[in-house]
Ligand binder design. Structure first.
Ligand code: HAM
Length: 422
């Protein structure tokens, strides 16, 4: 049997890949406007990075990592997300000493999670993400959210819902944690095994449990917003104020806890509200992670960021029936008749490409009519026709494929003459 693609992965073929390119270019352009700069980190990292960064009690670390030992006995993991590695790199490369602060970075690349594949959930997926490190100004939280919303808006998405929450600072979280333990403890036996072990280790995670989602204690669980201390509440108010000033609509949802352990203060998600989008509606997730740089061995530095997958973005765009900008066709298609003309087309093709034109010719020994068809299919602006007689007389015919107009050009300085046409 033929070898097939691994479960949860996909080939992105020509025809589809143009959508990816459009999204990638748009996201990069937006980063230029907002002054975020690209960083590239390895596809695999020491397993410990994610255990410490993402958190030992998270589903990602406990169940979803592609971990392996290399031939030197090192414990390595294909990155399940980008933040931990960016923060590692920030600390390792001492970017906290950069003249420009905060350090604003973006990344784009494949991530790997051993999840149950379904629509919008892959085992290899591509995340675009940003991280802003070094500032504790609530305006940067608003900026990061505005950037995510801006990319989506630029790409034509309209049916979006932005949900924000605050997870507070350490003190607020301890208070909330104790309240959660008191709330769930008496009836924890009614919850799944995972939740039972979460109770002591990380009770906040219970709120995110898919199995126990409908348990009556979930709805009545203490809200983090009631446990925010003065400073955290003020911080959150400021973020909301800035979002309003930017005219970015949002909803506050105190049950938004996110699936990774490093968050504090602002947490947010952007969902698609497009009808028929499917069960998984979250397009983008992010938040603040003020303790992470220190955890990675750097100085105490605040940070905030988000990530979204291109896969989910494309399906949201398809559901909203957003028109993907059609890739422009090629400049010209060379149609040749006879052996000599065919040979000559090799030179012409090369000359034109060197001059910066996108040009194609026939390599399948097609008849005249089929060559014209190919020119049409490729969306060629012109076809360049070389016949035996024309070759003898040192001329070629250039046909405008839209108007049908034909024009003769000399072969001698063809590229120059063609440049004037196009
Ligand atoms: P996350 O919520 O785990 O956060 O993932 C962010 C986004 O990645 C999701 O909203 C979704 O678009 C996409 N995603 C996650 N898993 C899959 C999957 N299996 N298939 C397709 N898409 C997926 C993070 O990864 C954080 N690092 C975000 C962040 C950056 N927080 C601060 N900075």
């Amino acid at each position: 049997m033929a070898v097939q693609i691994p479960r949860g992965t996909q080939d992105i073929l020509p025809g589809e890949v143009e959508k990816w390119q459009l999204i990638e270019e748009t996201a990069k352009k937006m980063c230029q406007l907002y002054q975020y700069h690209e960083i590239r980190t390895p596809i695999f990292e020491h397993t410990e990075l994610f255990q410490r960064g993402v958190g030992d009690t998270t589903d990602i670390v406990q169940k979803e990592m592609y971990s392996f030992q290399d031939r030197g006995g090192r414990e390595l993991t294909l990155r399940p997300e980008g933040t931990a590695a960016v923060v590692r790199s920030f600390a390792e490369n001492k970017m906290f000493g950069n003249a420009t602060q905060p350090v604003k970075l973006y990344y784009l690349g494949p991530m790997f999670r051993y999840e149950r594949p379904q629509a919008g959930r892959y085992r290899q997926f591509v995340q675009f993400g940003v991280e802003a490190l070094g500032s504790m100004d609530p305006a940067i939280d608003a900026e990061v959210i505005s950037l995510a919303m801006g990319i989506y808006r630029q790409l034509g998405l309209k049916k979006l819902r932005l949900v924000i929450n605050s997870l507070g600072d350490k003190e607020s979280r301890v208070a909330h944690r104790n309240a959660l333990i008191n709330h769930f403890q008496p009836r924890i036996q009614e919850f799944c095994k995972d939740c039972q072990s979460r109770l002591e280790k990380n009770p906040l995670r219970i709120l995110d449990c898919k199995k126990d989602h409908d348990h009556e204690l979930m709805g009545s669980a203490p809200s983090i917003l009631d446990y925010l201390n003065e400073e955290s509440a003020q911080y959150f108010n400021k973020v909301k104020e800035y979002l309003k000033a930017m005219k970015i609509d949002f909803q506050v949802d105190s049950t938004l806890v996110r699936g990774l352990d490093y968050y504090n203060h602002t947490a947010f998600e952007i969902m698609s509200e497009a009808e028929g989008f499917g069960a998984i509606t979250t397009l983008c997730g992010g938040g603040r992670y003020n303790g992470l740089v220190k955890e990675m061995g750097g100085p105490d530095t605040p940070g905030i960021g988000f990530a979204f997958s291109i896969e989910r973005l494309i399906s949201a765009m398809e559901t909203e029936e957003v028109q993907f900008e059609r890739e422009n066709g090629i400049d010209a298609y060379i149609i040749s008749l006879g052996e000599e003309a065919k040979d000559y087309s090799v030179t012409l093709l090369e000359d034109m490409r060197r001059a910066g034109f996108s040009v194609e010719r026939d390599y399948m020994d097609k008849k005249l009519k089929a060559q014209f068809k190919a020119a049409e299919r490729l969306g060629a602006t012109h076809s360049i026709i070389i016949g035996e007689d024309e070759l003898k007389n040192g001329i070629v015919t250039v046909k405008n494929m839209t108007t049908g107009e034909q024009q003769e050009c000399s072969l001698q300085n063809f590229v120059e003459e063609y440049s004037k046409l196009s």
